[in-house]
Structure formats: structure tokens, C-alpha cells
Design a protein around this ligand. Structure first.
Ligand code: NAG
Ligand code: NAG
Ligand code: NAG
Ligand code: NAG
Length: 361
């Protein structure tokens, strides 16, 4: 009997730091991240693909240096993790991401990936959203073997953060040789994406996720890649591309509200990165930026036509003055501002509550 109680007490003491969200100051036990290159921490490094960023000058301002992040510094997942009091969340596709290293969360995001299975395949291998869910299922088995019956409450209190869909437009629907516009009107294409995303979110709920933060698409017409390759002015965003993103976002917000209403004990927060990014780009000087449309690292018009390569001279000495790091991805400075927006509710970013309120619920 004494031995039994000893076992119970020690088991509890061992699990306590992982399950309680306050022992080490973190506000959630863990964060699980799903997405594309905006969040990828290096999952593509060992894949056969052109979509990888594990070379300088990427990481030039990052504590970990070159990691595979498509940024000079931290992604929004990194900044959100810091605000939640979590350590850096490791990539799934890394041999070291096992054992106790998965207990603060795992990042499954993969550059070039999308909601649709075939999105981004022109670059090579990737983990599509369905693959990322299958990978989470593998992590789940490992969590089960470490946490046992406590896995359910561990997952229910953890944050599931997703940012998906940009590549379904930029590297699928909008490609010059895409067959999609002939098959789908913009309306029908956004419906197709939302239907698939809805199923994928329900899969994650079935696997134990309860607290979700789902990012909207940003103003895709404002990325240097779209501005540089448009025939139009380099001083304004591409309106047509922004409309596609806005159309997807309206449906996403409704879909998330419906999920919260129908799935017992769930919270699906809509993160309006579109409005936050538009506010920052329109009023860039108020946020300390000097360049809102042209990338820091890249080549061609708006530095948006050639990706960030080691051979290109890095002319931007102060990265904090740029909204965009490369033709597709924002800088660390921008990511820090928008992450704070979702967390604290500045910029009216998260609906129907901010992340801080969600984790205190
Ligand atoms: C994995 O862990 C080993 C031993 O701790 C270390 O030497 C190695 O650099 C790590 N690999 C990565 C990719 O972090
Ligand atoms: C994507 O592929 C997975 C298997 O890899 C399959 O289960 C799923 O149905 C596919 N989704 C779509 C939309 O084709
Ligand atoms: C997760 O894995 C389990 C067992 O390995 C399997 O039965 C289940 O269908 C998987 N679920 C998803 C959503 O992949
Ligand atoms: C870089 O730019 C930011 C924002 O404009 C400014 O606050 C900072 O002082 C600059 N840093 C350096 C080293 O010039």
C-alpha cells in the first residue's frame, strides 16, 4: 500500500511541471504548430525540395542562427511561443525531436505546403496539411506513452496554432500555368479550400485538440513577389490578389465560428492577420518601418522576383526597417508586432477573444 502511494505521489510530482501551466511561468503546457513557410522551423531541411531556407542570410538576426526559418529572425510561432512563456518549439522532422523534447509542443509546418495535397509540389517534397496531421498522430502516440491518461487534459489545455492557405493561392491558383482558374471560379476555389480545411480541423479535434488559433490569409497582394511580378505600380498592392485572400477569410471566419458552436468544449479563434498586416503596411512609419513594399533580401522589381539567395548582397543593414524579409515572408520586426496583436488583443486581431483570454479560460 505504501509503495502504491509512493508511486502515485512521485508520478504526480514528475508530471506536475509538464501539466501545470504555471510552474515554469508558461501559460499553456504546449503548443502544436501547423502551416507553411511562414511558420516552418526547418522541417524541409532534409527533404528533396527547392523550398528550404537553411542557408545564410536567413537567420542573420536569430538566436539559433540558420535553422531553416524563412526569416531574418523569429516567425510568428516563435514570438507567440515567447509570449506564452514556452521555449522554442522543435521541428517534427528532426531526429532529436523525441522523448522529453516533445513535451512543450512540436512544429509540423512545411514550406510550400497547402490545404490541398498537390499545392507546392512543383518545388519538390513537402508535408501537406494532411501529412502534418498524420505526423501529429505519430507525436500523439509518443505523448500517450509518456503521459498516459493525462494526455487528454494535456492536449485540451495546449494551443493548436495554424496558418495555412497562402500557397494554395500563391503557389497553385495564381501560378501563370495553373489549370485551376479554368476549373474553379474564385468563389468555387475558396469553397473547396474551406471544405478541406474544415475536415482537417475536425481531424485535429478528434485527435484531442480543443484550443485553436487559426490565422487568416494575409493581404497576399502586398507581398513583394506579387507586386514585383505584376505589371502595375511598385508602390501599391495587387488588388485582385487581395480580394482572393479576403474572400477566403470571410468564409474561414464563419467556418471557425460554426466549429466552436458545434464541437463540444472547443475554441476556434480567428486571427485576422489580414487587417493587422494592412494596418501596419498602410501606416508603416508609425510602426518604425521605412520600407513597406520592397523586400530586404531578394532580387528584381521590389526585390520580389528572385528569392533570397546567399549570393545576393544584403544591402539592408537594419532589418527592422523592413516589413518584408524576402519576396514572400515578413521580417522578425513585423512578426513580433502581429504576434503581440493576437496575444494581447491590440489591433483587434483575434475573434472572439485574444490568445491571453483563451489560455486563461
Ligand atoms: C541532436 O542532439 C545531438 C546530441 O545532443 C547534437 O549533437 C546535435 O547537434 C543535435 N542535432 C540537431 C539537429 O539539433
Ligand atoms: C490527401 O492525401 C491523403 C493521403 O496522403 C488522403 O487521405 C486525402 O484524402 C487527400 N486529400 C485530398 C483533398 O485529396
Ligand atoms: C491516428 O492513428 C490511429 C492509430 O495509429 C488511427 O487509427 C487513426 O485513424 C489516425 N487518425 C488520423 C486522423 O490520422
Ligand atoms: C533600426 O531601425 C529601427 C526602426 O526604425 C530603429 O529603432 C533602430 O534604432 C535602428 N537600429 C540601428 C542600429 O540603427
Amino acid at each position: 500500500m505504501a509503495a502504491f502511494w509512493f508511486f502515485v505521489v512521485t508520478a504526480w510530482l514528475t508530471l506536475l511541471p509538464m501539466l501545470s501551466s504555471t510552474v515554469d511561468g508558461a501559460r499553456v503546457p504546449a503548443m502544436f504548430v501547423f502551416g507553411d513557410s511562414l511558420l516552418d522551423p526547418g522541417n524541409n531541411n532534409h527533404l528533396v525540395t527547392l523550398a528550404k531556407a537553411n542557408y545564410a542570410p536567413n537567420g542573420v538576426d536569430f538566436v539559433g542562427g540558420v535553422t531553416g526559418r524563412f526569416c531574418n529572425g523569429g516567425t510568428v510561432a516563435d514570438h507567440l511561443g515567447t509570449l506564452l512563456g514556452l521555449p522554442l518549439i522543435p521541428p517534427f522532422n528532426d531526429p532529436n525531436t523525441t522523448g522529453s523534447h516533445i513535451l512543450r509542443g512540436v512544429n509540423f509546418a512545411s514550406a510550400a505546403s497547402g490545404i490541398l495535397n498537390h499545392t507546392g509540389r512543383l518545388y519538390g517534397n513537402l508535408f501537406s496539411m494532411d501529412d502534418q496531421i498524420a505526423n501529429f498522430n505519430i507525436t500523439l502516440q509518443q505523448l500517450n506513452s509518456q503521459l498516459g491518461d493525462d494526455t487528454e487534459s494535456f492536449l485540451a489545455k495546449s494551443l493548436f496554432f495554424l496558418n495555412m492557405g497562402s500557397n494554395d493561392y500563391v503557389n497553385n491558383y495564381l501560378l501563370p500555368f495553373s489549370d485551376k482558374p479554368n476549373k474553379y471560379t474564385p468563389e468555387a476555389f475558396s469553397d473547396l479550400l474551406i471544405r478541406n480545411y474544415n475536415k482537417q480541423l475536425m481531424n485535429l479535434y478528434d485527435l484531442g485538440g480543443r484550443r485553436f488559433l487559426v490565422a487568416s490569409l494575409g493581404p497576399l497582394g502586398c507581398i513583394p513577389n506579387q507586386i514585383g511580378n505584376s505589371g502595375g505600380s511598385i508602390d501599391s498592392c495587387v488588388g485582385q490578389t487581395n480580394q482572393l485572400a479576403a474572400q477566403f477569410n470571410t468564409k474561414l471566419r464563419t467556418m471557425l465560428d460554426e466549429l466552436t458552436g458545434s464541437l463540444q468544449g472547443s475554441y476556434f479563434l480567428y486571427w485576422d492577420t489580414y487587417s493587422s498586416a494592412t494596418e501596419i503596411i498602410d501606416n508603416y512609419a508609425d510602426y518604425g518601418f521605412k520600407h513597406q513594399h520592397s523586400a530586404c533580401c531578394g532580387g528584381g522589381r521590389s526585390k520580389g522576383q528572385i528569392i533570397c539567395l546567399p549570393l545576393l548582397p544584403l544591402e539592408c543593414h537594419n532589418r527592422s526597417q523592413y516589413v518584408f524579409w524576402d519576396p514572400y515572408h515578413p521580417t522578425d520586426a513585423f512578426n513580433a508586432i502581429v504576434a503581440k496583436g493576437a496575444f494581447q488583443g491590440t489591433l483587434q486581431a483575434a475573434h472572439p477573444m485574444n490568445v491571453q483570454q483563451l489560455v486563461e479560460t
